[in-house]
Design a protein. Structure first.
Ligand SMILES: Cc1cc2nc3c(=O)[nH]c(=O)nc-3n(C[C@H](O)[C@H](O)[C@H](O)COP(=O)(O)OP(=O)(O)OC[C@H]3O[C@@H](n4cnc5c(N)ncnc54)[C@H](O)[C@@H]3O)c2cc1C
Length: 487
């Protein structure tokens, strides 16, 4: 092995694994003595990022954008030469509704996720009864002494600060829309870390948020920037990013349709019987294929990591297996000219659980981003599933389309005939950071210390957004590089 290139294998070709493989390929191209392999269980790369182009419509089957406030995705697009293709959401037209007693009510202006920053819209919103509005105003006086360690549910945290109505009518549907999660179970420390820290430092989230906004405004005024859009995406769809990333490792280093079954220590690896310079791990995949590796980046869902690590480290495997996931389904309905006039203005609506519907949310894609639909036409993207409705994946495509059309008719009085519909299922795709997630991560980190050369990336650990996955993928690749070059 003396003088041989070190081999780092990335398992899982979603955006996290692609970002890891990209970092390794770039290192190799600049002369670092390393080679990357990317192994993916399916026939295509991209994971849940999948863009379809149908009759001039750009349909995002999974995620449709990333938050501007998390910089990694946009930075990577720029690094890859896609900077000119970045587009922002049409925030001048941003209005989101919540279904409330069967009717749509606009989310109050100035709401920063769950923290009100403007008085009048909160006073006038029909989403909160008068008693809750007084409670929201009292939040200003919350003291840091109320902070609870080590963790608590998002529901309990929001109730303490803003009361039941704020939780049920606003915060819970917002979180269900993003995480497909149950706020009674989700961990505030892991899902809303910024608010958890704010409480620790300032007590009141309202005071802390207003203070942060003031600082941000001053910083962007100083830099001469206008306020950035809330969401960003790529002009021709998010798979522009994954396609570009996939071009970095050359074809001989990418293995598709090879589901990894097990990872084991190499019999001849460090501590093994044979050649002390041999590689550390063996990776066994379907089709009776085995690769060896000096380091491995596992960028698959935690449950899959648990399965492949079962014999290497049963304790680590059990910790990973315990991270719950929710499933979801997107139903995209494309409409011809004329339908748009029957829809309210804005980005779409969210449905609280207690409204008794199966739809979690619906995005009016034609308003949110430019260039997604042919002139004058419209596109609705409806979400089903989440923690409360795991059985939804059993619906046939026809049943799912009929269900969302029925709910659109009842909620919006909208019964236009779609030109076509596309249904996409994402089983066990969204990791749920339940109460105690941070403590579980500590235990996972401690177990990983026992296995130098094994690294984890993806949406199961420190953020489920695209930017979070890019951050964890690149960080895992960098740590793997440091390790193999040191040894
Ligand atoms: C419907 C939906 C909408 C979303 N919307 C947004 C959004 O708008 N903005 C945002 O920022 N985030 C959004 N997210 C979250 C975000 O898209 C994901 O968290 C992120 O893309 C996950 O990337 P990943 O690489 O960790 O995992 P995945 O994309 O799940 O990739 C994992 C890969 O591992 C492969 N794999 C699994 N098992 C094996 C095995 N045994 N062997 C080999 N390969 C294996 C899989 O086939 C897959 O390709 C959304 C997610 C979903 C599902």
């Amino acid at each position: 092995m003396a003088g041989a290139r070190r081999r780092i294998v990335v398992v899982g070709g979603g955006v996290a694994g692609l970002a890891a493989a990209y970092a390794l390929a770039r290192a190799r191209q600049t002369g670092v003595p390393v080679e990357e392999l990317l192994i993916e269980g399916k026939k295509r790369l991209g994971g849940v990022i999948l863009t379809e182009r149908v009759e001039g419509f750009i349909i995002e089957a999974g995620p449709d954008s990333f938050l501007e406030q998390k910089p990694e995705a946009a930075a990577l697009c720029r690094e890859l030469g896609l900077g000119d293709d970045l587009i922002g959401s049409n925030d001048h037209a941003r209005r989101t509704y919540i279904l409330h007693h069967g009717r749509l009510a606009a989310l109050p202006d100035g709401l920063m996720l769950l923290v009100p920053t403007r008085i009048w819209p909160m006073v006038t919103t029909p989403l909160l009864p008068l008693r809750s509005k007084l409670g929201v105003a009292r939040e200003w006086f919350t003291s840091p002494a109320n902070h609870r360690e080590p963790d608590e549910s998002v529901a309990s945290f929001v109730r303490r600060h803003f009361g039941d109505a704020m939780l049920e009518n606003i915060a819970a549907p917002l979180l269900a829309g993003v995480y497909g999660g149950d706020s009674e179970k989700l961990s505030v420390r892991s899902v809303l870390p910024r608010f958890w820290e704010m409480e620790k430092k300032y007590g009141s989230l309202t005071r802390a948020t207003l203070r942060a906004m003031k600082q941000r405004r001053a910083a962007s005024a100083g830099a001469g920037n206008s306020s950035p859009p809330l969401f960003m995406t790529l002009r021709d769809g998010l798979d522009q990013l994954t396609a570009k990333l996939a071009g970095f490792p050359d074809e001989s280093r990418v293995h598709l349709d090879r589901r990894v079954l097990a990872i084991e220590p190499s019999p001849g690896g460090p501590g093994g019987q044979a050649d002390s310079c041999s590689r550390r791990f063996q990776i066994h995949a379907e089709g009776n294929v085995t690769w060896d590796a000096d380091a491995v980046v596992l960028a698959m869902p935690a449950k899959e990591c648990a399965r492949v690590l079962a014999s290497l480290d049963p304790k680590l495997s059990a910790l990973l297996a315990d991270i719950p996931y929710s499933s979801s389904m997107t139903i995209s309905l494309a409409y011809g000219a004329g339908a748009r006039a029957q829809l309210p203005p804005g980005f779409g609506f969210l449905v609280p659980h207690h409204e008794g519907r199966r739809m979690l949310a619906c995005t009016f894609v034609h308003t949110k981003f430019d260039g997604r639909v042919p002139e004058g036409k419209s596109l609705l993207r409806c979400f089903l599933g989440g923690a409360h409705d795991p059985d939804v994946l059993n619906l046939t495509d026809e049943e799912a389309v009929a269900l969302v059309r029925k709910e659109l008719r009842e909620i919006l009085n909208f019964s236009a005939e779609p030109l076509f519909a596309r249904v996409h299922r994402w089983p066990a795709s969204m990791a749920q950071y339940v109460v105690g997630h941070a403590a579980r991560l500590e235990e996972i980190r401690a177990r990983l210390e026992e296995h130098p050369g094994l690294f984890l990336a993806g949406n199961a650990y420190s953020g489920i957004g695209i930017s979070d996955c890019i951050r964890t993928g690149r960080a895992a690749a960098e740590r793997a590089l440091q390790l193999v070059l040191r040894n």
